[in-house]
Design a protein. Structure first.
Ligand SMILES: Nc1ncnc2c1ncn2[C@@H]1O[C@H](COP(=O)(O)OP(=O)(O)OP(=O)(O)O)[C@@H](O)[C@H]1O
Ligand SMILES: [Mg+2]
Length: 857
């Protein structure tokens, strides 16, 4: 090893030189010196200087490296792996740049090397197969003692038609001998050296390598072969290990997690190689994370892009990354252009594989074989064969699933394939096929989401969410208003169950506005618009936009009534009833629900009929007719259970539990909710309802801690999707539980948020509830109420003075009539009152009716 006067070189360069000589990464050097990775990184970027002790250790290491010794690892005390000697033929190459991460893959390979004799590291060009294989071989050699010799054969450099065996022989330092073939000579030498043969870049010599590997393994029992290749060899005994891209941080990752991810670390290290002094502090972490994600974690792409930090900001690089990757990398001989690497692999594919690959680039998220078939427009059998070929050639990544596997492309590779798709003039047709396929899925999901397979459909749609968006975008951009109306009307149940109310409302609004610009001619067009208006009404009501829901539902009924008195009209009547109920117009709500019930009875759809009856039962709960409500709900559940629709059964069980809680039948309510919880798995909206009811159940039993936890979970289950009404209810419950737990500030915070939301959606019931809860919180801190009344007793008295009956008070305060009666009996006794007239007079005389923080509605 040739030595340089290290002391004469500046420290930054000196450390790099030392690492290059010893073939160490920053982490490995840090370990040797007994300091952290961050410290070495700071030294190398010039942000700090080593202490006197560290300088001594560096000098020791330099001296040992110059003498060709193996210096001890400060952390483990073990001698580090031998530095490859120049004179040994076939030695592993010395790394020119630091090695980053890959600990998981290295551990897996080290284990694999103990039990497999032919390992093929597969993966697309630039994913890091060669670097990983060399690092794994280096560690293998270090751990294998004297017999652990590695022969490295770079096949990339072969000039055809030179046979692989002759290259191997020359890497082994063999000379040509008369009567002995290169194969025989190489085999004899390998048997003697009995180590690990590393054949790097076998994709262009697949058959030759496959033949050699088979022969060598049979004849040299102690030999292991590791191959790197963009394609599978297809030899018996071959163990394929797909090299994944470097780990990228998730979208939700925090700054620390971003900085720790392998992809971002490689970017920072290479950027600091390019621009000394550059460090993680020079990049907004989220921009670095996003950049690496957009590059698909492909090391080659990351390295090439990092070369631009001297010229452009990271945000500029992010925006222009596709064009930047097309440039010839400046400087560095031997460096590669990503497009060329990919082009070379692409040229190896058969025309049918190339065509399918191009078409599959329209998928932005993982897709199934059936999706691929729809977009490729070929038979099931044909697509399976082509997809297998693309997987074997590392173009597609497989994610294994229980029911079906999913396929995807690394982002930079997808961009390459998209460019080929455009070049071939196939982009418009591919997007159309993609849109039609997902439009079909959306339309099919409409009824299926109300059926027995709801969970399967919810998962299916969740995995296709980006494709569904792309499909609607396509419809919008291409003026396909009818398709847009049809799919957005079909997707309301999905938007509802998955909590995507706002986005659903926006799509419906977009297509309805577009449709408004054209005159409606046929009844089919009217029906399509009527359905979409009805879907918009459903989402509006669940979103808490009641006035808009009434307007839309009335409009939908107006459009649909003359066309067909079927389920569409019944749904519109149901939505109208819900909005009216939330607005406090119970009589109107009852009429609308009855209309829906009559329509459904005429159609004879038992499932829908059960839903209509359920809604009437809810009105009975509101009116305090708990016995009647329970009877209706129980009858309904029998029908729902027979039909076996999980979503509908769960809603029925939650409603029944509501009645049972109000009636004080805790155990029965608990059983109902436990069953509902099982049915709600995978359905966030329903899970929110169940958790909220479980919270109510605990609250009624004064188990405030459990109640607070359940309400918190309920709010989380609803997410930010827009189930405003339900979120407010859960937040009121949470606020009240916090108050009881002696956390008045927390309570006030939740209740104020709930109050603001209730005001926004102008819901009188919720406003009444939240005002009462706030009053109780305020009363805790305020003067005691007259006659030592509790806030609840004062509340009941106020409503009594307003002329409400016990049943009406119960409904207003969401109590059972029995509870109201008990409150009144205690109040009369406490205050020595003779009856209702006395009580009303007392309330007026003591200012209870004017209390500003008491409910006014
Ligand atoms: N773990 C890593 N740490 C640091 N650099 C890496 C790492 N993995 C890959 N690289 C760098 O990324 C580039 C591409 O890696 P490599 O050459 O190993 O890819 P490959 O999969 O072998 O590509 P090809 O199929 O073209 O041979 C190289 O410059 C390499 O140094
Ligand atoms: Mg390689």
């Amino acid at each position: 090893m040739n030595s340089e006067p290290l002391d004469a070189v500046p420290l930054v360069a000196r450390l790099r030189l030392l690492r290059t000589r010893l073939g160490l990464s920053q982490e490995q050097l840090a370990r040797r010196l007994g300091v952290s990775f961050a410290t070495v990184n700071r030294w190398e970027s010039g942000r700090s200087r080593p202490s006197a002790r560290a300088r001594l250790a560096i000098a020791e290491l330099e001296a040992a490296g110059t003498r060709g010794e193996a210096p001890a690892d400060r952390e483990t005390g073990r001698s580090r792996e031998p530095a490859p000697t120049e004179d040994r033929p076939g030695r592993l190459p010395i790394a020119q740049s630091s090695f980053v991460g890959r600990e998981r893959e290295l551990a897996a390979l080290s284990e694999l090397l103990t039990r497999s004799r032919l390992i093929n590291l597969t993966g697309p060009g630039g994913v890091g197969k060669t670097r990983l294989a060399i690092e794994a071989a280096r560690r293998w050699a270090a751990g294998s003692g004297p017999g652990g010799d590695v022969v490295f054969v770079p096949l990339e450099a072969i000039q055809p038609p030179r046979p692989v065996a002759s290259v191997l022989a020359s890497r082994l330092g063999l000379r040509e001998r008369l009567g002995v073939s290169w194969r025989e000579a190489a085999l004899a030498a390998l048997r003697e050296r009995c180590g690990l043969l590393l054949l790097d870049g076998a994709e262009h010599y697949r058959e030759e390598v496959a033949g050699l590997a088979g022969e060598f393994l049979a004849a040299a029992p102690d030999l292991c072969i590791m191959v790197t290749s963009r394609v599978v060899l297809g030899v018996p005994g071959e163990v394929c290990s797909a090299v994944p891209p470097l780990d990228c941080p998730s979208v939700a990752a925090g700054a620390r997690e971003i900085a720790a991810s392998d992809a971002v670390r490689l970017f920072i290290v290479r950027a600091s190689d390019r621009l000394p002094g550059f460090s993680a502090a020079d990049v907004p972490p989220h921009a670095a994370g996003e950049l690496c994600r957009r590059l698909g974690g492909l090391p080659l792409a990351i390295e090439l892009i990092a070369g631009w930090v001297g010229t452009l900001s990271v945000r500029e690089i992010l925006q222009q990354r596709v064009a930047l990757l097309e440039y010839d990398p400046p400087g560095a001989p031997g460096s590669r252009k990503l497009a060329d690497v990919l082009r070379a692999s692409y040229d190896l594919l058969r025309p049918a594989q190339q065509r399918t690959l191009r078409l599959l680039s329209v998928f932005t998220t993982p897709f199934s074989l059936a999706d691929a078939q729809a977009v490729a427009g070929v038979s099931e059998q044909e697509v399976a064969g082509v997809v297998r070929g693309l997987v074997d050639a590392s173009w597609l990544v497989v994610t294994r699933g229980l029911e079906q596997n999913q396929f995807s492309m690394v982002e930079t590779i997808r961009e390459f394939a998209t460019a080929r798709l455009r070049e071939a003039g196939e982009a418009a047709a591919a997007r159309r096929r993609h849109a039609m396929h997902f439009a079909d899925l959306a339309i099919q999901s409409s009824s299926s989401l109300a059926g027995t397979d709801v969970r399967w459909w919810a998962t299916r749609l969740a995995s296709a969410v980006d494709d569904l968006r792309a499909m609607m975008q396509w419809a919008d951009e291409n003026g396909e208003v009818n398709l847009g109306l049809e799919v957005s009307a079909a997707l309301w149940r999905w938007w509802l169950t998955s909590g995507r109310l706002s986005s659903g409302r926006a799509w419906l609004d977009k297509f309805l506005t577009a449709a408004g610009e054209h005159p409606v001619r046929t009844s089919e067009e009217s029906q399509r618009i009527g359905r979409a208006v009805c879907a918009a009404a459903v989402l509006a009501v669940e979103n808490g936009d009641y006035a808009e829901a009434v307007r839309l539902a009335t409009r939908a009924m107006h459009i649909l009534e003359p066309l067909d008195r079927g389920e569409d009209l019944a749904l519109a009547a149901t939505v109208l009833g819900s909005a009216q109920r939330y607005l406090g117009d119970r009589a109107d709500a009852r009429r609308s629900f009855q209309t829906a019930l009559d329509l459904r009875a005429a159609i004879g759809d038992r499932a829908k009929l059960a839903m209509a009856a359920n809604n009437l039962a809810v009105l009975e709960i509101d009116d305090g007719n708990l016995g009647r409500a329970r009877e209706l709900l129980e009858q309904n559940l029998i029908i729902k259970r027979r039909l076996g629709e999980p979503r509908s059964i769960a809603i029925g069980l939650v409603n029944l539990a509501d009645v049972l809680i109000k009636d004080g039948r805790w155990q029965a309510a608990r059983t109902s909710l436990a069953e509902a919880a099982e049915l709600a798995v995978g359905l966030p909206q329903i899970m929110g309802l169940v958790l909220s009811s479980q919270g109510q159940l605990e609250a009624r039993q004064r188990n405030w801690k459990q109640a607070a936890e359940l309400f918190t979970d309920a709010v989380a289950a609803y997410g930010i999707g827009g189930h405003t009404h339900d979120v407010i209810e859960a937040m009121i419950g949470l606020g009240s539980a916090c108050r009881e737990l002696g956390q008045p500030d927390e309570a006030a915070r939740h209740l104020r948020t709930a109050e603001a939301m209730a005001h926004e959606i102008a819901n009188p019931q919720l406003l009444a509830q939240v005002t009462a809860a706030l009053a109780e919180t305020a009363a805790d801190a305020a003067q005691p109420l007259p006659g030592n009344l509790t806030p609840r007793q004062a509340e009941v008295l106020r409503l009594l003075a307003d002329g409400l009956t016990n049943k009406q008070i119960a409904a207003r305060l969401y109590l059972s009539p029995g509870t109201v009666e008990r409150h009144l009996a205690t109040t009369y006794r406490k205050l020595g009152l003779g009856g209702r007239v006395d009580a009303a007079r007392y309330a007026v005389e003591h200012g209870l009716t004017q209390h500003p923080s008491r409910p006014m509605l």
